[in-house]
Design a protein around this ligand. Sequence first.
Ligand code: PAF
Length: 285
Amino acid sequence: MKIINSIAPMQSFAEALRLQGKKISFVPTMGYFHEGHLDLMREARKMADCLVVSIYVNPTQFGPKEDLSKYPRDFDRDSKMAQDVGVDVIFYPPNEEMYPENYQTYVNVEKVTQNLCGLSRPGHFRGVTTICNKLFNIVKPHVAVFGKKDYQQFITIKRMVTDMNLDLEIIGLPTVREADGLAMSSRNVYLKENERVSALNLVKSLKLAQKLYDSGERKSSRILSEVTGLIKSAPYTEIDYVKICDATTLMDIDEIATQAVIALAVKVGTTRLIDNHVFGDPLNT
Ligand code: PAF
């Protein structure tokens, strides 16, 4: 496994592969790997001749009051894990190269970033689309793989790639969960034991929503009031949002008539967790 920690050598490496007719798959990450990341890597590995994984904690997607400095980092552990799943290249650039002095260009996807996390994390998706655009230009992948746990991020990246005519395919993979159903996230390490028990109400509430849907309920308000009640019944929880949206536009809907997603963000103790479920999709727990 190769570790490349500068932009120009990454670009020449990718260009050389392309000239040989080789296919590049890409998993962008902020490191501190868990099984969810490894699952993306294993799948991406099968899709191409060369799998590149980037590790970069992107400052522009963190708000001023967010956890950039305490975001968990462990490069040595990550590189061992990456090697074990067959990653070919880790791209690990420094901040000074990604955002040099006088940096001033950003990519903004307008509508799908407005609702959900866009309401509570202004500027977050602008940071995500900007860094992904840059990484796509550096790694030159044919295919990039994202987890659908960050559903709004996945939809936003797809929109950007379509709108900007970027020449790569975006694949979304289902959320990987712990044995008890908790969606895997680098932030789970912050949960204290009793908070972790409360956090399970997130996936339980998604299951409840699917159950109500299966019994024929289509009114968002009825599903949301039951789901909200279940989450609130767990101690240490503070709801940021629980919403039912059109699965493509991410606008709120009153009635489920098209493909719909229930998305939620809940603070458990001091840790903000997100989860979602597209009605009708399997909910693997
Ligand atoms: O999902 C993430 O880890 C990040 O938002 C991403 C896509 C790597 C961009 O920094």
